[in-house]
Design a protein around this ligand. Structure first.
Ligand code: AMP
Length: 114
């Protein structure tokens, strides 16, 4: 999508600190990290958020889940634990409308919402 920040990052038009890439997704470090490890995992296909997923996207979503595990291992947080968050829409304060999963780890997260 022309005017999407994460589409531009995936294409390499905007620089990013790449962590992982496969046919389905691209992962890079968040520019404003909220934890020692804070990686964003985004599908290469432009999808607004979880609410915009369709049956067509089942393979992408499955592959991303597997990629998140690989990234956690690569980042050394698989054993210590990590949190995965995807903000959807206004009440969740989503700011970039290209589906993304925040992968956070490297510290004990005391605050629990759920
Ligand atoms: P959200 O608020 O869930 O939509 O998350 C968007 C995330 O993108 C925020 O955590 C931002 O810090 C991050 N972000 C925005 N611009 C960039 C960028 N150019 N490179 C890396 N992360 C970014």
């Amino acid at each position: 999508m022309d005017n999407c920040l994460f589409c531009k990052i995936i294409k390499g038009d905007i620089p990013s600190s790449k962590v992982y890439e496969d046919d389905y997704c691209y992962a890079f470090r968040d520019i404003a990290p909220q934890a020692p490890v804070h990686v964003l995992v985004v599908p290469k296909k432009h999808i607004e958020n979880i609410g915009a997923l369709t049956e067509e996207d089942v393979e992408i979503v499955g592959k991303i889940q597997i990629a998140i595990g690989k990234i956690a291992k690569q980042e050394g947080i698989l054993e210590s634990g990590f949190r995965v968050i995807s903000n959807c829409g206004k009440d969740a304060a989503q700011t970039v409308f290209h589906l993304h999963y925040h992968v956070l780890g490297g510290k004990e997260m005391a605050e629990k919402m759920v």
